[in-house]
Design a protein around this ligand. Structure first.
Ligand SMILES: [Zn+2]
Length: 553
């Protein structure tokens, strides 16, 4: 940190020998006029020095990430990070944290090259980059515009066959899939204001960014003008099917655009603005041989995307996704974003820890990895619950933000319970089936878990990387806790399913805010008039076992 004005003046005085004016006056003999001139000059000099050495507040910088897809078909990405604004002399750049903080994850940034850039983007002079424990240290040397180029090889993933989490960023047919948290370098200790992601696509590979951030784009202008600043003048549009790179009003029909309805969008250059670093990390970029299908539900575009052929039709999968999305939108009253994408991809895991179905959400979009030979029956039985769960996080987890680990019991517990309820409401699961699936899981992972009574549910759920038994206890305990809370509140308030109203209340009142215990308790109080704090203290944050559940569904 720079010092205050006062200490800058002191440092200036010390360096000038303490008394600049006194020394000038000490030179005899001086006419009054000359004395005046020297004094004036010294004052000017002092003022100039004080001005030059005045403390500057640390100005936030703007960061633009240019993602180059020209080598994407070979599984490689080249990213240029452009920092606009004065950088400290030495700037720490932190490599992406990797998959769930695992530094052994397959994706590694390498070959950094840095330059001071001119206003026009020209490379003025090379800057030194030194390797550190968790990234690189850039000797920015007061540069006002700095470019750092690095590359990522998504093919190199030793041990990846063992761990599904290392398959999020990976080569796919004709291109690659990359998670924001594995590819974007971050500056440390410098406030960042204004993030832009520019995707360069010289070979016109079909691209999806299933993250419905606001996209500023225009096909024509983007082709002509590659300067990110120019994007400021471009019309806002949302990244829905066929809309991400042209304002919706000007978008032609797929036939007019010269490609089939199932072809994924082909933006030459794509811009979008993450709200913050968390948003940046949350992005999922997919390019390659992708097909997309869309349906409209109210104002929301529901999109199915896939990069392979399945034993079921794309239309059947889209219909399933649409039914789930409409049910969840109906429950909350609106969609959390104007686009929900579900991306179906192959699960290539062969290790012992393999899952039949694996899902992650980025914003309100969902990546689901399935066995290549998954039947339609298995999609309805198993994949549907993953889709319903991850999509529900678009409301509870994203719109109402999950940031505090001690709230994971609620975010995950409620999401799992409601996913089963949404599937029965949508007619995808019969109530008996849902009851069987959920009941078996809760019996095994909560009621029969040796941790029951020895560890609080909130503590167990807060540790995402804990041993499997604890993770299962935390999650099943979270589901049980949500059901038990609902039953306790129903008994006190006399209304069925009070948690429904509490979730809607959170979505309506606390949208965009992090979910905290305080906010949950306030929502419970407002929706039901009950102070649930003592109950949470005992059963969720304490070790008192939860009462048996009377009615799961
Ligand atoms: Zn979840």
């Amino acid at each position: 940190m720079r010092k205050s004005t006062h200490s800058a003046l002191e440092r200036y005085m010390a360096r000038r020998g303490g008394k600049p004016l006194a020394r000038a006056m000490a030179r005899p003999p001086l006419s009054v006029r000359r004395l005046f001139r020297v004094a004036a000059l010294a004052t000017l000099l002092a003022a100039a020095c004080v001005f030059a050495m005045r403390p500057r507040p640390v100005q936030p910088i703007k960061v633009t990430y240019e993602v180059d897809l020209s080598r994407a078909a070979r599984g490689e990405l080249v990213i240029t990070m452009v920092c606009d604004g004065r950088l400290p002399g030495k700037l720490d750049l932190v490599l992406p944290p990797g998959t769930f903080g695992d530094s052994r994850s397959g994706v590694h940034a390498r070959d950094p090259k840095a330059h001071a850039l001119g206003a026009d983007g020209r490379q003025l002079r090379p800057l030194k980059v030194i390797e550190t424990a968790d990234g690189w240290n850039l000797r920015a040397g007061g540069s006002r515009r700095t470019g750092i180029v690095y590359s990522l090889d998504l093919r190199a993933a030793p041990g990846s066959e063992q761990d599904v989490r290392r398959h999020i960023s990976t080569p796919v047919a004709g291109g690659l899939r990359a998670a924001g948290f594995e590819i974007f370098l971050e500056p440390l200790g410098v406030p960042v204001e204004g993030l832009t992601v520019v995707v360069r696509n010289p070979d016109d590979i079909p691209v999806l960014v299933p993250w419905p951030a606001v996209v500023r784009n225009d096909l024509q202008q983007a082709r002509e003008d590659t300067d990110a600043d120019a994007a400021q003048h471009i019309t806002d549009a949302s990244l829905g099917y066929g809309q991400g790179f042209q304002p919706a009003a000007q978008a032609g029909t797929p036939a007019e655009l010269g490609r089939s309805a199932a072809a994924a969008p082909v933006p030459a250059n794509l811009f979008y603005h993450p709200r913050d670093i968390a948003d940046l990390n949350n992005a999922l970029l997919v390019c390659g041989d992708i097909r997309t299908h869309t349906a409209q539900a109210g104002d929301c575009v529901i999109q199915l995307a896939t990069d392979r052929d399945w034993m079921f039709t794309d239309e059947a999968a889209l219909d399933l996704v649409r039914r789930i999305a409409r049910t969840e939108m109906g429950f909350f009253g609106s969609a959390p974003t104007d686009q929900i994408t579900v991306l179906l991809s192959a699960n290539a895991i062969t290790g012992d820890d393999r899952f039949d179905v694996y899902g992650v959400h980025t914003g309100s979009s969902v990546l689901v990895m399935l066995d290549a030979d998954t039947t339609w029956g298995a999609v309805e039985d198993q994949a549907a619950s993953v889709i319903a769960h991850e999509m529900f996080h678009g409301w509870l987890g994203e719109a109402v933000r999950q940031t505090d680990p001690t709230m994971l019991w609620f975010t995950e517990g409620a999401t799992t319970w409601y996913a089963a309820r949404m599937l029965t409401a949508a007619g995808v699961w019969r109530t008996e089936h849902a009851r069987g699936v959920l009941g078996a899981r809760l019996d095994r992972d909560y009621t029969g878990n040796p941790l029951r009574g020895t560890m609080s549910v909130a503590d167990a759920a807060a540790e995402v990387m804990a041993p499997a038994e604890q993770v299962r206890f935390g999650y099943a305990g979270g589901v049980t806790a949500c059901m038990a809370l609902d039953e306790m509140l129903a008994e006190k308030g006399g209304h069925a399913r009070p948690l429904d109203g509490i979730l809607r209340h959170l979505y309506a009142q606390d949208r965009g805010k992090p979910l905290t215990r305080q906010r949950l308790e306030a929502a419970v109080l407002q929706a039901t008039g009950v102070d649930c704090a003592p109950w949470l203290d005992a059963h969720v944050y304490g070790k008192t076992a939860l009462p048996p559940i009377k009615s799961m569904l």
